[in-house]
Design a protein around this ligand. Structure first.
Ligand SMILES: NC(=O)N[C@@H](CC(=O)O)C(=O)O
Ligand SMILES: [Zn+2]
Ligand SMILES: [Zn+2]
Length: 451
């Protein structure tokens, strides 16, 4: 039976406070807070939802809380199957719900690789069983992520997991002909190829961003051009075959310029930026603490500024976490031996507030677009709003999150739901705390805790 929930005095998109009545998985009524007709609206909604059996609604005190559509992460590593010691679908989606997410795209670099209908269906089912958020498996572009033969893209698309996004993330599809074929193939089901843009011949042995800092630290560099050359090539290919390209974890100012150019051409190119590339810079590598090791590497202040501006003006469509949990033996070791990647789901909103809201780059409607509506459009997620103007209207899905923008917290991975602890924000004070998350009217998080 569907229950009725009243969110009292929340501010949709940071606007005037409203009472939102949720019934049947949707917004059933929107009224001024504590309005006179309010109790009858609630009772009517309860009657409708419960088939005439009146039950007391769940009341959530939302005073001072901002309501945003549930976040959609196009780039999450859930590590199952294969590295359940680092993360599972269950633990990773718990982390997601606590971070305000209602849908995550699970990357294919698992063991076995998600390159068949069987594996993507397994991941999808594990997501359904956990129930913390929607799990949309990403299919591998090439068999075994080996970069030589296309995987069974059609079989994954027509499987129960209904895969629409394909990526060899962790590896670049560096063969131009294979990339062209993948772009052509996914058009049949309006799919999108998400590229980890890294020309491997230019990054062999790389340990950090190429430049003065790398020279100073004595570490081999990962030049910006290794990313930019692939983005330019793939944008040209996507334009040539009129297909959809999505660029993963954009990290350089030059990449932003190339994507701006590709969009101006009218090509179907979208892009994401991670919270860590918006906030952190290569200077942190001087500590040789592997928690700062990530692909693509942390870049310069000029790059973070270009990424913030690109996200603000829509050149970069959305934020994606690239949540990359790693077990201690893979991460807490010397720099050169450590695996690249950092956690992101439980801190993403806070970093976006710090880098984009506090700095005046985005208002709350902008945050809602970059964290929810835009990635939903790119990934084809339909149970949330695709346009923020539609958010919290009568009849729209009650897939949303409530956050306290004023609350601060000191980041401590001991309190994370993730099985891993490799957060680069340990000990930092960051703004913004998620209080509640709802997936199609069902609470997944209440009072900051998993339901
Ligand atoms: N980002 C990373 O540094 N690592 C990712 C792979 C990837 O996103 O390229 C991982 O799977 O650990
Ligand atoms: Zn990647
Ligand atoms: Zn990744």
């Amino acid at each position: 039976m569907t229950s009725v929930i009243v969110l009292r005095g929340v501010s949709p998109l940071g606007g005037d406070p409203r009472d939102l009545v949720i019934a049947g998985g949707r917004i059933a009524a929107v009224t001024p807070p504590g309005g006179g007709e309010h109790t009858s609206v609630v009772a009517d909604a309860a009657d409708g939802a419960a088939g005439g059996t009146r039950r007391g609604p769940l009341i959530v005190d939302g005073a001072g809380l901002i309501a945003l559509p549930g976040f959609v992460d196009l780039h999450t590593h859930l590590r199952e199957p294969g590295r359940e010691d680092a993360e599972t679908v269950e633990s990773g989606t718990r982390a997601a719900a606590l971070g305000g997410y209602t849908a995550v795209f699970a990357m294919a670099n698992t063991d076995p690789v998600a390159d068949t209908a069987g594996v993507v269906e397994q991941v999808w089912r594990l997501g359904q069983d956990a129930g913390h958020c929607e799990v949309r498996p990403v299919g591998a572009v090439t068999k075994g992520l080996a970069g030589s033969q296309l995987a069974e893209l059609g079989a994954m698309a027509t499987s129960a997991a209904a895969v629409r996004m394909f990526s060899d993330d962790g590896h670049c599809v560096s063969d131009a002909l294979l990339m062209r074929r993948a772009l052509e193939y996914v058009k049949a089901f309006d799919g999108v190829v998400a590229q980890h843009a890294e020309e491997p011949r230019l990054t062999a042995g790389a340990q950090m961003n190429e430049g003065a800092m790398a020279a100073c630290l004595g570490l081999p560099g990962w030049p910006a051009v290794a990313e930019e050359a692939i983005i330019a090539r793939d944008a040209l290919l996507a334009g040539h075959v009129d297909s959809r390209l999505h660029v993963c974890h954009v990290s350089t100012a030059g990449s932003v310029e190339i994507i701006r150019w590709a969009k101006a051409k009218g090509w179907r190119v979208t892009a994401e930026v991670t919270p860590h590339h918006l906030l952190l810079t290569e200077d942190l590598v001087a500590s040789y603490d592997p928690v700062y090791k990530v692909n693509p590497p942390l870049r310069t202040k000029a790059d973070t500024e270009a990424l913030r501006a690109g996200l603000a003006d829509g050149t970069i469509d959305c934020v994606a976490t690239d949540h990359a949990p790693h077990a201690p033996e893979d991460k807490e070791t010397e720099w050169a031996a450590a695996r690249p990647g950092m956690l992101g789901l439980e801190t993403a909103l806070s970093v976006v507030i710090e880098t984009m809201v506090t700095t005046g780059h985005l208002d709350w409607a902008g945050v809602a677009d970059r964290l929810a509506a835009a990635p939903a459009r790119i990934g084809g997620v339909t149970d949330t709003v695709l346009d923020v103007a539609q958010f919290a209207q009568v009849g729209t899905p009650a897939t949303l999150t409530l956050l306290d923008p004023r609350a601060q917290r000191v980041i401590d991975p001991a309190g994370f739901a993730s099985r891993s602890t490799n957060t680069p924000y340990r000990g930092r004070t960051l703004p913004g705390v998620i209080r509640a998350t709802f997936l199609r009217g069902r609470p997944t998080v209440l009072d900051g805790k998993i339901v």
